[in-house]
Design a binder for this molecule. Structure first.
Ligand SMILES: NC(=O)c1ccc[n+]([C@@H]2O[C@H](COP(=O)([O-])OP(=O)(O)OC[C@H]3O[C@@H](n4cnc5c(N)ncnc54)[C@H](O)[C@@H]3O)[C@@H](O)[C@H]2O)c1
Length: 316
């Protein structure tokens, strides 16, 4: 298997929201990147997303025109499967559907060289199950990025049943080489780590709203102005150490029984889902995004994330 320093050519399958963003990260750090997709329309969309991202990074003074030009010159686009033959490293970031991913990997891992390192950006499908379609599955693992990946540092590197330890190491080292923060996840747990934590918070947030203790906006404010600010700097265990285990033990002993233990998607979310209110993508979710609200929300998120990332971690 290739070592991190041997990796020069990266192929990203899926020129969508995640693939287009990840391509810029690797290209910016000197890798030659090819975005592969099955649809010409998706490739055009991916190109457009990259152009928008680069423009906003230039406008915010994050990259110079010339660095952005160099980044763009290292990204190519194709619909030819043969591209996997030359790949040192593959990230599959196609639609989140087990059958589509299995079909993809059966073909791609056959074409790829024996030495190539192969990864999937699945949000939570079983790595071991996807690996059943991969030729030489010991070189395959999960590489889960967080949206928007060109700004957020975390990358979860998830081993499946057959993943070799060396594979985890190469993928973690590659993430470090593009200034990301990898965390190795063992045992292929559903939802990995970040989504398990995210859904634990979401479950309690929905419970609070259902009980009428606070509005959707007030719950968001509690996270933004309190918990989230804390968690951007210290994790839950550091929080306990700094607050005192005795206090956290005492609070936990009466609060644990009060918290939601819902085993299904709760009604405030399920109801909006049934109504087709999917959030920014449909113009309505918990909030209204009509009249350009969606674009403004995405732009504000990216700007705020960028300010925070710069402030806490320096240059991207
Ligand atoms: N969007 C997120 O916030 C997020 C975060 C982390 C991980 N992910 C995961 O990343 C993956 C991609 O998500 P996305 O949001 O970029 O989706 P997307 O819909 O924006 O892009 C998916 C792309 O895959 C292409 N595609 C579909 N089938 C293909 C195939 N067989 N071969 C090649 N290309 C194919 C589509 O044409 C499309 O361009 C999913 O597995 C998703 O769960 C998404």
């Amino acid at each position: 298997m290739l070592q991190t320093s041997d990796i020069k050519k990266i192929v990203i399958a899926g020129a969508g929201l995640m693939g287009a963003s990840m391509a810029q990260i690797f290209a910016r750090h000197g890798y030659s990147v090819t975005l592969y997709d099955i649809s010409a329309e998706s490739i055009d969309k991916g190109k457009n997303l990259i152009a928008i991202n680069q423009r906003s990074l230039i406008d915010q003074g994050e990259v110079s025109d010339s660095l952005s030009g160099e980044t763009l010159s290292r990204i190519s686009y194709t619909m030819e499967k043969d591209v996997f033959r030359e790949a040192d490293f593959v990230i599959e970031s196609i639609v989140e559907n087990m059958k589509v991913k299995l079909d993809f990997w059966k073909e791609a891992s056959d074409i790829a060289s024996d030495n190539a390192v192969l990864t999937t950006n699945t949000s939570g499908l079983s790595i071991s199950e996807i690996a059943t379609a991969v030729r030489k599955p010991e070189r395959f693992c999960g590489m889960h990025w967080v949206n928007p990946p060109h700004i957020v540092p975390l990358v979860e590197v998830i081993g499946g049943e057959k993943t070799a330890e060396d594979t985890i190491k190469v993928v973690c080292d590659l993430a470090l080489s593009v200034r990301k923060h990898p965390v190795a996840v063992r045992g292929d747990p559903q939802g990995f780590i970040m989504n398990r934590l995210q859904y634990a918070v979401l479950r309690e947030a929905l419970h609070i709203v259902e009980k009428g203790y606070a509005s959707v906006k007030d719950v968001d404010d509690v996270v933004k102005y309190g918990l989230g600010m804390r968690y951007a700097c210290i994790g839950p265990f550091e929080t306990v150490d700094l607050g005192g285990l005795d206090t956290f033990f005492r609070v936990g002993s009466y609060l644990a029984a009060e918290l939601s233990n819902a085993k299904d998607v709760q009604e405030p979310l399920a109801k909006l889902y049934r109504e087709g209110a999917y959030g920014t993508k449909s113009g309505k979710g918990f909030y209204d995004y009509s009249n350009g609200g969606a674009e403004r929300a995405i732009e504000k998120r990216d700007k705020d994330f960028l300010k925070l990332a710069k402030c806490l971690y320096g240059d991207l």
